[in-house]
Write a protein that binds this ligand. Structure first.
Ligand SMILES: C[S@@+](CC[C@H](N)C(=O)[O-])C[C@H]1O[C@@H](n2cnc3c(N)ncnc32)[C@H](O)[C@@H]1O
Length: 390
C-alpha cells in the first residue's frame, strides 16, 4: 500500500494547544479522516450504555473470572495469535531460524505477560516442538492462570511467575542502588531471568492488572514501567534477526508514537496488527517487528534509553518521571517530520478496524433501542419523536 501524502500542518494552521503533544494528534487527524471519525466515536462511546456494558464485561473477565470465562479468554488469545500469524507469518521465524548450534537447538519463544497463554498455545499449534519460556504475574498477586492444556507436565514449557517490572538485575540496577526507603525495596529481583537463553520470538503482552496491589508511586506510570521493562528484557534475549511482538495502545498518542519510532528504527519490517473479533473495539493493538537488528547501534541506543526511562520511573520522584515526558514543540515537529508519514501508513488499518467496530456497536445499539422503544407506550412514532429521530 502506498503511503498517503500527508497534509502539512504548521502551528499557524492548528488551534493553539497548551500541550505540544496534541500537535501530533492534530497532524494525524488532518491526514486521516478515519482517525477523526474514530475519535468522535470514542467520545460518543464513553457515554453509550452498550459500550459501557462491553467494557464492564471485559472488566469482569479480568477481575473475577469463572473457569469457563478463563477458557474463553485463553481461546480468544489463541485465536488472536493464530490470526496474527495468518496476517504477518510471525511463526515462520521458528522454521527459518539460522541454527548453527551443535547439536541443533529447537526454536524458542519468550512470552512476557504470558497468562492465560494463548499466544504460546498458537505457537505450539504451529510448531509442537517449540520451547516456551514465560514470565507472568503470579495469581496470588493479581495475575491470570495459565490455561495451556497440561502445561505443568510439558518439559518444553518453563514459566517464571514474577512481576516483570521488578527485574532490577536485567535493568542493570544493583541492590545497592535501591534505597532502603524505597516502597518496593524488598520486591526487586536481583537475578536475571532465563539469562543464558536466546529466543526467536519475544512477546511483550503484559497489561496493567487491575487486581495487583501496588505501591502508590506506581499508579499513573505503571503502563510505562511495564512497557520499558518488557522491551529491555526482550531485546536482551532476542536472537539477531528475530521477531518482537509488543502490545500497545492508541497509535495517535505521543507515547505510543515514540515507542513505534524506536522499534521501527531497528526492524526490517514493522506491521500493526489488530484482531477483528473482541479486541476490535478497544484501542490496543500489537506491533509486530520482524528482522530485528538487536546488535546494531540503533537497538543498543534505544535499549539504553528504555533502561534509563524505567530507572527514572521506578527510582525517581514523581516530578522526575513527569519531567522525562515533558516535550517541546520542536521535538514534536521533529517526530512529525521524521516519522509522521510512516506512522500514518502503519496505523491506518488499526484505526479503520476500530472505527468500523465501534460504528457497528453504536449502530446496533440505536437499532435495538428502536426495537425496544417500538413496543413501549405510543409505539414507533412516540419513541422516534422522543429520541429525536423525527
Ligand atoms: C492480556 S493478558 C496477556 C495474554 C497473553 N498474551 C496470551 O496470549 O494469553 C496480560 C497479562 O499480563 C500479566 N501481567 C500484568 N502485569 C504484569 C507484571 N507486572 N508482570 C508480569 N505479568 C503481568 C497479566 O497477569 C496477564 O496475564
Amino acid at each position: 500500500m502506498a503511503d498517503p501524502t500527508p497534509t502539512p500542518t504548521s502551528n499557524a494552521e492548528t488551534t493553539p494547544s497548551p500541550d505540544p503533544r496534541d500537535n501530533l494528534r492534530i497532524y494525524l487527524e488532518a491526514n486521516n479522516p478515519t482517525l477523526t471519525r474514530l475519535n468522535a466515536l470514542r467520545k460518543t462511546g464513553w457515554q453509550n450504555p452498550t459500550l459501557s456494558h462491553t467494557f464492564s464485561t471485559h472488566r469482569l473477565l479480568s477481575t473475577s473470572p469463572t473457569s469457563s470465562t478463563k477458557d474463553t479468554f485463553y481461546h480468544m488469545m489463541l485465536s488472536i495469535g493464530l490470526a496474527m500469524h495468518t496476517r504477518t507469518w510471525l511463526f515462520a521465524a521458528l522454521a527459518r531460524r539460522p541454527n548453527t548450534d551443535t547439536p541443533p537447538s529447537p526454536p524458542a519463544i519468550l512470552d512476557l505477560g504470558m497468562a492465560p497463554g494463548g499466544f504460546s498455545g498458537a505457537a505450539l499449534a504451529k510448531h509442537p516442538d517449540v520451547l516456551i519460556r514465560g514470565v507472568s504475574l503470579p495469581v496470588s498477586a493479581g495475575g491470570h492462570e495459565i490455561r495451556i492444556p497440561a502445561w505443568e507436565t510439558n518439559p518444553n514449557i518453563s514459566i517464571r511467575f514474577a512481576d516483570v517490572t521488578m527485574l532490577a538485575a536485567d535493568m542493570d540496577i544493583s541492590p545497592f542502588e535501591i534505597p532502603a526507603s524505597h516502597p518496593d525495596h524488598g520486591k526487586f529481583l536481583h537475578e536475571r531471568v532465563f539469562p543464558s537463553e536466546t529466543f526467536d520470538i519475544v512477546f511483550c503482552g503484559a497489561q496493567v492488572s487491575r487486581d495487583q496491589t501496588r505501591a502508590a508511586y506506581r499508579e499513573g506510570r505503571e503502563h510505562f514501567r511495564l512497557r520499558t521493562s518488557q522491551l529491555v528484557l526482550a531485546m536482551q534475549r532476542l536472537r539477531q534477526g528475530g521477531s518482537l511482538v509488543v502490545l500497545l495502545g492508541r497509535a495517535d498518542s505521543w507515547e505510543t508514537a515514540v515507542f513505534l519510532r524506536g522499534i521501527d528504527a531497528f526492524s526490517k519490517s514493522l506491521e500493526l496488527f489488530k484482531g477483528e473479533g473482541a479486541h476490535a473495539k478497544r484501542s490496543t493493538f500489537y506491533a509486530v517487528a520482524q528482522g530485528v537488528d538487536v546488535e546494531g547501534e540503533a537497538a543498543r541506543a534505544q535499549v539504553e534509553a528504555w533502561k534509563a526511562w524505567w530507572r527514572v520511573c521506578t527510582l525517581g520522584s514523581e516530578q522526575e518521571c513527569e519531567e522525562m515526558w515533558r516535550v517541546g514543540e520542536e521535538e514534536v515537529e521533529e517526530l512529525i517530520e521524521g516519522f509522521g508519514r510512516r506512522l500514518l501508513h502503519l496505523a491506518a488499518p488499526v484505526w479503520k478496524t476500530q472505527a468500523d467496530a465501534l460504528g457497528r456497536v453504536l449502530e446496533k445499539d440505536e437499532v435495538s433501542g428502536i426495537e425496544k422503544g417500538w413496543r413501549g407506550k405510543g409505539g414507533r412514532g412516540a419513541w422516534r419523536r422522543k429520541n429525536g429521530w423525527v
